[in-house]
Design a protein around this ligand. Sequence first.
Ligand code: TPP
Ligand code: SF4
Length: 368
Amino acid sequence: MCHSATLVQTKGQLAPPSPPNFARDVPGRVMIPAYARPAHHRLRAKLAEIAAWNENEGPMQVIDGDRALGIITSGISYQHVREAAPRARVLKIGLSYPLPVEAMRRFAASVERALVVEEGDPYLYEGARTAGIAVEQKPEMYRFGELNVSRLRRIVAGDVSPEPALPAGKPPELCPGCPHRNVFEVLRDLDCIVAGDIGCYTLGVLPPFSAMDTCVCMGAAIGVGLGLRHSLPPEQARKVVSVIGDSTFVHSGITGLVEMVYNPPATGHVLVILDNGTTAMTGMQEHPGTGRRLDHEATGRVVFEDLARTLGIKNVHIIDPVADEEAIARVLREALARDELSVIIARRLCLLAAGAIKIREKKANAGQ
Ligand SMILES: Cc1ncc(C[n+]2csc(CCOP(=O)(O)OP(=O)(O)O)c2C)c(N)n1
Ligand code: SF4
């Protein structure tokens, strides 16, 4: 869905929000069991109301066409449908939960062949079938990967012959000069078991580093690393390192750090925070560790080393992985050899963000 862009027509101004005012509503906002039970009834009633509205005046569109083929679809698939089957009659669903099943039923009855077209798993299709509506779904092979106009043409034709192979793409890689590179070279050379996380640095999984063994969800590096340390035999447990980016650490890694202190594995643990001073992967946003707000104005800063020491971790190291390439290998080797907790902060600005960050820092210093 991220792969589509279009012009949109904006509607008129929305009514301005009413002025903020706290109106006490304890049964509505405090979900103790006595209030949660009636709240469940209110939720179902609200959903029924939305469903009725969706059926009658919801954001749904019927595009008239040849009744030999009717297509029920929504979202980006609608664009593919219009291009691949311009003559078909189409029901475009705008709000898909609760599903407007009666509108789907009427639409399916109005055409000779009703086909549901949707990305991925068959949500619209199963909703229709559960309601007893006779519709076709796309063949199983089109459940995988993205839909596009040529696949849509094949779906409409019921073509399940093998698809032409996609041209081999160039795998993504860390920028040349990226500060994460040196850290992953060391993790690879020390043959660590790396519990990784999500960010630019996830590319440490690919050659030439091949130095990441797990990546589950934002912040999981620490919990997964601790789990491995607790459960693996000591000779393997001693190789486990959790690696997390700075933005990911503040997003949802801090609870893992608390757990590391509270339930330390017998072999200790090593956490590497890759502090490149920005949220590189998603567009260089600020985060609580940079000391600047999203609009780059100065604000309070969460200082990782202070946090780790305050939580009781004795071995806290701050290393510039580019200026002192050798230090990262030495400190990591020492940390792995100790049955203690260590936090290594590899601090070096992302190469692509460094220029802008330095200008912001200069401005902030001049204003002090
Ligand atoms: C729960 C969740 N929210 C948001 C995202 C999108 N996301 C992917 S990577 C990333 C941030 C990575 O930043 P950082 O940890 O600083 O690593 P960097 O890219 O700078 O190396 C975000 C927000 C996500 N994957 N999961
Ligand atoms: S954008 Fe920054 S953090 Fe991401 S790969 Fe490039 S240099 Fe590294």
